[in-house]
Write a protein that binds this ligand. Structure first.
Ligand SMILES: *[C@@H]1O[C@H](CO)[C@@H](O)[C@H](O)[C@H]1NC(C)=O
Ligand SMILES: *[C@@H]1O[C@H](CO)[C@@H](O)[C@H](O)[C@H]1NC(C)=O
Ligand SMILES: *[C@@H]1O[C@H](CO)[C@@H](O)[C@H](O)[C@H]1NC(C)=O
Ligand SMILES: *[C@@H]1O[C@H](CO)[C@@H](O)[C@H](O)[C@H]1NC(C)=O
Ligand SMILES: *[C@@H]1O[C@H](CO)[C@@H](O)[C@H](O)[C@H]1NC(C)=O
Length: 435
C-alpha cells in the first residue's frame, strides 16, 4: 500500500492515456486494447515489487532506472519526467525524441529507463507509472553532479596578490560545480592566515572560507603561497595556488659590528637583511668603496632564511695587515637601500711562550650573547684567553644589537660609535699582550 502513489497530475495521466490510444490506433504489435478501471480477472491489479532507486552520478555517465511490476495484466508501464510531466516512453516505445533516452523490457516483469551520458538538466524525479485508474506510480530521483572546477579570472594573469606592507590584498577563487562547491583558503606552508581588521584584534585562522580572501594591513609574514581548495563532495577536489607578495625596503644589520681576527687566519663577517622582493646584496671595502667579489680572497655567500630574510657572509681568507679596516654589507631592492658597517680589527696572537695566559681565564659574570655555533670561531679562540678585558668590551658592543628579535637592532648610525670604540679595543688587546 505504501508503494501506491497517486499521480499529482491529472494532465500526465490523460496525456498517457491519449498516447496509449494513439499507439493502439497506429497498430503497434504490443499495443493491446484495454478497458479503463479494474481488470476483472485479477483482483490485486498491478503491483510494484521494489522502489525506484535514487541515483547520484557524475555528469557523463550512463544510468538506468528499474521498475518491477507484477500482475500488469492489460496495463502498460510508462516512464515520465515528473517536473515537466513529459512522457518519455511507454512499454518498449520511445516517446521522447532525446536520443540519449531509451526504454527496455526484459519480457517478464522488469522495465528500464536508460539515460546515457547524463547531463545536469537530466536531474530530477522520474516516474514509473501504470495506467490503472487511479494510476499507480513510483518515483526515483536522479542527481547529476559535477566535480568542482576553478575558473581562471583573467587569461594569462598570474595568480598573485601584491602590495606594499600595510596595504591590502584580495584574492578571488571562483569555483563551479554541482552542487555548488565550498571554497577554503589555506597557506601552503601550513601557517595560520592572519586577518588584521581595522577595529579588531588580529585573527589567526587555519583556514578561511569563501571565494574571496581579503588580507588587510598586510605584513611581511604574510608572504608566501596560498591555496584555495574547492570541494563539493564530488571527487576530485581542486585547488589553485596564489602567491602573496608584500614588498618592503631592505633593513640590514650586522651580527657584530666589530670583529677581531689575527693575521693569516680567515674571518667571516655576517649580516642579516630583511627585504622583499629579492634584493641585490653586496659587500664593500669602505676605504675606496670597492665592491668585493668572489674569488681566492673572498667567499661571498647568501642564504635565504625565509621568504624575506637573508643571511650574508663575507669570508676573508689569509688576513693581511691591509685587510683590517671598514667593510659594509648592503642590500638594494626596488623600494630602497640599506647598508651597515663592520669594522675588522687585528687581534695580536699571544706569543707562543706565554701559554700561561690560559690559567688566567675567568669568564665574565655577564651572560654571553647567544651565538650561532661556529660563529666567529677565529675571533673567539683568541679572545677566550683575554676574556676578562675583551669580553666586557665586546659585550658592550653586542648589547647594542641584542634586541631580542633574533636580529641585530642597530643600523649604521650606531656603528659609527663602534668604530670609535674599536681603537680602545685594539689598545686594550695590545696592552694585554704587552703586559
Ligand atoms: C529518494 O529520495 C527521496 C527524496 O529525494 C526520498 O524521499 C526517497 O525516500 C528516496 N528513495 C529511496 C529508495 O531512497
Ligand atoms: C540540457 O542541457 C544541454 C546542454 O548541457 C542542452 O543542450 C539541452 O538543450 C538542455 N535540455 C533542456 C531540456 O534544457
Ligand atoms: C665558500 O663558502 C661556502 C659555504 O661557507 C663553501 O661551501 C664553499 O666551498 C666556499 N668556497 C670557497 C671557494 O672557499
Ligand atoms: C661565491 O662562491 C660561492 C661558492 O664558493 C657560491 O656559493 C656563492 O653563491 C658565490 N657568491 C656570489 C655572490 O657569486
Ligand atoms: C655563514 O652563514 C651561514 C648561514 O648561511 C651560517 O650558518 C654560518 O655559520 C656562517 N658561516 C660562518 C663561517 O660564520
Amino acid at each position: 500500500m505504501i508503494l501506491l502513489k497517486l499521480s499529482q497530475s491529472a494532465i500526465g495521466c490523460c496525456t498517457f492515456l491519449l498516447l496509449i490510444e494513439a499507439l493502439s490506433i497506429s497498430g503497434t504489435p504490443s499495443a493491446v486494447p484495454h478497458t479503463h478501471g479494474h481488470g476483472d480477472q485479477d483482483e490485486l491489479g498491478p503491483e510494484f515489487l521494489a522502489q525506484l532507486t535514487n541515483i547520484t552520478v557524475p555528469q557523463g555517465r550512463d544510468i538506468s532506472f528499474t521498475c518491477v511490476v507484477d500482475n500488469l495484466g492489460q496495463y502498460r508501464v510508462a516512464w515520465i519526467k515528473s517536473d515537466s510531466k513529459a512522457i518519455l516512453g511507454i512499454h518498449t516505445h520511445m516517446v521522447s525524441l532525446n536520443p540519449r533516452l531509451s526504454v527496455t523490457h526484459n519480457g517478464h516483469n522488469t522495465w528500464k529507463l536508460h539515460i546515457s551520458r547524463v547531463q545536469i538538466n537530466d536531474s530530477g524525479s522520474y516516474m514509473c507509472q501504470v495506467n490503472t485508474d487511479p494510476m499507480k506510480s513510483l518515483s526515483g530521483h536522479l542527481d547529476v553532479v559535477v566535480p568542482p572546477d576553478i575558473m581562471n579570472h583573467r587569461e594569462n594573469s598570474q595568480e598573485e596578490g601584491v602590495s606594499t606592507e600595510g596595504g591590502s590584498i584580495s584574492l578571488i577563487c571562483s569555483a563551479t560545480g554541482v552542487p555548488e562547491p565550498k571554497v577554503q583558503w589555506r597557506r601552503e606552508d601550513g601557517k595560520d592566515i592572519i586577518l588584521r581588521a581595522e577595529n579588531r584584534d588580529k585573527q589567526a585562522l587555519k583556514y578561511v572560507e569563501g571565494e574571496r580572501l581579503t588580507l588587510t594591513n598586510v605584513h611581511r609574514s604574510d608572504i608566501g603561497g596560498y591555496n584555495c581548495i574547492a570541494s563539493n563532495g564530488v571527487p576530485p577536489s581542486v585547488s589553485k595556488r596564489f602567491d602573496v607578495h608584500v614588498n618592503f625596503p631592505p633593513v640590514i644589520k650586522a651580527f657584530n659590528q666589530l670583529v677581531g681576527a689575527p693575521l693569516e687566519r680567515e674571518v667571516t663577517l655576517e649580516c642579516m637583511v630583511e627585504v622583499y622582493p629579492k634584493p641585490l646584496n653586496g659587500w664593500y671595502r669602505n676605504e675606496g668603496n670597492i665592491k668585493l667579489h668572489n674569488g681566492s680572497k673572498y667567499n661571498i655567500t647568501e642564504q635565504m632564511i625565509s621568504q624575506y630574510a637573508w643571511h650574508l657572509n663575507l669570508t676573508i681568507k689569509h688576513l693581511t695587515k691591509s685587510d683590517f679596516g671598514a667593510y659594509s654589507c648592503s642590500s638594494v631592492n626596488a623600494l630602497g637601500k640599506s647598508e651597515t658597517r663592520i669594522r675588522l680589527q687585528e687581534l695580536r696572537m699571544p706569543p707562543k711562550t706565554t701559554t700561561t695566559l690560559a690559567p688566567h681565564v675567568h669568564t665574565t659574570s655577564k651572560p654571553r650573547r647567544k651565538q650561532t655555533p661556529g660563529y666567529n670561531k677565529g675571533l673567539n679562540e683568541v679572545v677566550r684567553a683575554k676574556e676578562t678585558h675583551f669580553s666586557n668590551q665586546m659585550q658592550q658592543e653586542n648589547d647594542i644589537f641584542s634586541g631580542g628579535t633574533g636580529m641585530p637592532q642597530s643600523g649604521s648610525s650606531v656603528n659609527n660609535g663602534g668604530i670609535q670604540e674599536s681603537g680602545n679595543v685594539n689598545d686594550m688587546i695590545n696592552g694585554v699582550k704587552d703586559g
